[in-house]
Each structure stands twice: as C-alpha cells, then as structure tokens.
Design a protein around this ligand. Structure first.
Ligand SMILES: NC(=O)c1ccc[n+]([C@@H]2O[C@H](COP(=O)([O-])OP(=O)(O)OC[C@H]3O[C@@H](n4cnc5c(N)ncnc54)[C@H](O)[C@@H]3O)[C@@H](O)[C@H]2O)c1
Length: 255
C-alpha cells in the first residue's frame, strides 16, 4: 500500500492520538496540529492559531493531502465560547482552508461529530447561527446557553455543514464524511466524569449503552481509518455512528 499523507487536528490525546498512531503504524505520514504537542502547535480557537495551522500544513504538504481529519474538540464542561469556536468554527475553517490540497489527490475530509448531535433540534438558534457562518455574532449570542447545548449544537452544525457541502466538494475531488462517536474513554470524558453536575449524567449514559459501557479510543480510530481508506472510497456524505447502539436506542425510527 502506498504511503499517504494526512493532516489532522487534535492528534495529541484521545481519539486523535489513537488515529495518528494507527496511521503512522500503517506507514503513512501524519501532520498533526494541536494546542499541546504536534508538528504544528496552534490554538485553533483563535484566528492567529488557525492561520499558523493552515500555513504550517500548506508548507509541509505542498504536494497535496490524501486526507484531513478535524478531531480537535472541547467537552461540554469547557467555556461555551471555546466549545463553539473549536468544535465548529475551527473545524470548518481548517477543512475549507485545506480543501484544495485534498482535492489535488482526490482525497477525503473526515469530521469528528458526535452521537450527541441529534440531541438538539436543527432549528435551534445556535445551530442556525453556526451555519450562518458569523463566528463573532455566534460567540456573542451564547451567554444563556449551557455547555451541553453548545456541545451538541456544535456537533449538529458540523454534521449539517458536512451534508450541505458534499456535492460541491465531491465535484472538487473531496470525499466528505463525519464520524459520530459515542462515549469513549479519553481525557475529554475524564473531565466530564469529574464534573459535579454532568459527571452523574455521563455515568448514567455510559451504563445505558446497549453494547458495553464506553469505547476505547482505538475502537473509534479503527472505523475512522477505514473511512479514510480506499476501501471506503464510495462512502461520501455519511454520518457513521460508532456508539455501541446508543443512537439507535434513542432514535430507532430515524436514520
Ligand atoms: N470522548 C468521547 O466520548 C467523544 C464522543 C463523541 C465525540 N467526541 C469528539 O472526539 C474528538 C476528540 O475527542 P477526545 O475525546 O479524544 O478528546 P481529547 O481531549 O483527548 O482530545 C482533544 C484534542 O483536541 C486538542 N485541542 C483542544 N483544544 C484545542 C485548541 N484550542 N486548539 C488545538 N487543539 C486543541 C487537545 O489538545 C486534544 O489533543 C472531539 O472532537 C470530541 O468532541 C468525543
């Protein structure tokens, strides 16, 4: 198998670190952007950080990318502005900023959504505000929202953004998809488990998962690696739930 070149955000820990390791073990080159450690250190909540990230990736992958994975994300217990800006706006801006490099190789962009995306309605003002693409106005409108709504809303907006862009991006040579993980044991969920308010909610959700309580990061990364691979090259516009059956339990009649 030929070596591929991937760029990703959020490769330092959790699901992203598992995917980065799996891709590297398979002989691929991975350019990792993260606030903590990686090939490019950048804070994706800021305009300057996104600029650093995009410039850095473009320098390292001038011959194009086989894939880009937007994995960086913050939990529902983080400040709401940070959740919105990293989980939605940075993911979309990074994907758009690397689209031409991915199109050069008829590659793929994989967004990391969540099985919490369907837990908020599509016409929620926050979801619509994200999709309207005005980051400043969106961040200014968050004061009354809790972290859970902003987290789920950021992931719903990301999923809808993906679906809306599938046709145009396919024409530009980019296969666009999202993975929707369920509860997975990472530093992100450790923060939620430790939260006085959300810890119990998260534990109960874990106990309700039909197929075991929670995933290990590698179980999510396995599916992501498949979605990036040539074996998945007719998978386009999919939202792939990897959640032990939680979404099917909560929304049996919808798909
Ligand atoms: N763990 C779960 O249960 C779960 C479930 C559904 C979706 N997800 C999503 O999966 C993705 C990965 O989450 P995880 O659980 O592996 O969490 P994690 O905290 O282990 O990883 C998140 C990564 O994003 C990076 N990051 C955070 N803020 C950043 C910023 N401002 N700039 C650049 N990088 C930044 C972190 O350093 C880290 O490497 C996230 O998008 C998350 O929303 C996780």
């Amino acid at each position: 198998m030929a070596m591929k070149v991937y760029a990703m955000t959020g490769g330092a820990t959790g699901i992203g670190a598992a995917l980065r390791q799996q891709l590297a073990d398979a002989g691929h080159r991975v350019i990792s952007v993260d606030i903590r450690e990686g090939d490019i250190i950048a804070d994706l909540s800021t305009a300057a950080g996104r600029e650093t990230a995009l410039t850095g990736v473009r320098e390292l992958a001038a011959d194009g990318l086989d894939g880009f994975i937007a994995c960086a994300g913050l939990p529902p217990v983080a400040p709401v502005q940070l959740i919105a800006s990293v989980n939605y706006f940075a993911a979309v801006e990074m994907a758009a900023g690397l689209k031409d490099l991915v199109g050069m190789r008829r590659g793929t962009v994989l967004l990391v959504a969540s099985n919490s995306a369907p837990m908020i309605e599509n016409d929620h003002p926050f979801v619509q505000s994200c999709l309207a693409a005005d980051e400043q106005a969106t961040l200014a409108s968050l004061a009354d929202l809790n972290g859970q709504s902003v987290y789920a809303g950021s992931k719903r907006a990301l999923t809808v953004w993906m679906r809306r862009n599938v046709v145009a991006w396919a024409k530009a040579g980019v296969r666009l998809n999202a993975v929707a993980p369920g509860i997975t044991l990472t530093p992100l969920t450790a923060q939620v488990f430790a939260d006085p308010e959300l810890g119990d909610v998260m534990r109960q959700f874990g106990e309700s998962v039909p197929w075991g309580e929670a995933a290990q990061p590698g179980q999510i990364a396995n599916v992501m690696r498949f979605m990036l691979s040539e074996e998945a090259d007719f998978v386009c516009g999919s939202v792939f739930f990897v959640d032990g059956g939680s979404d099917a339990m909560l929304r049996s009649d919808q798909f």
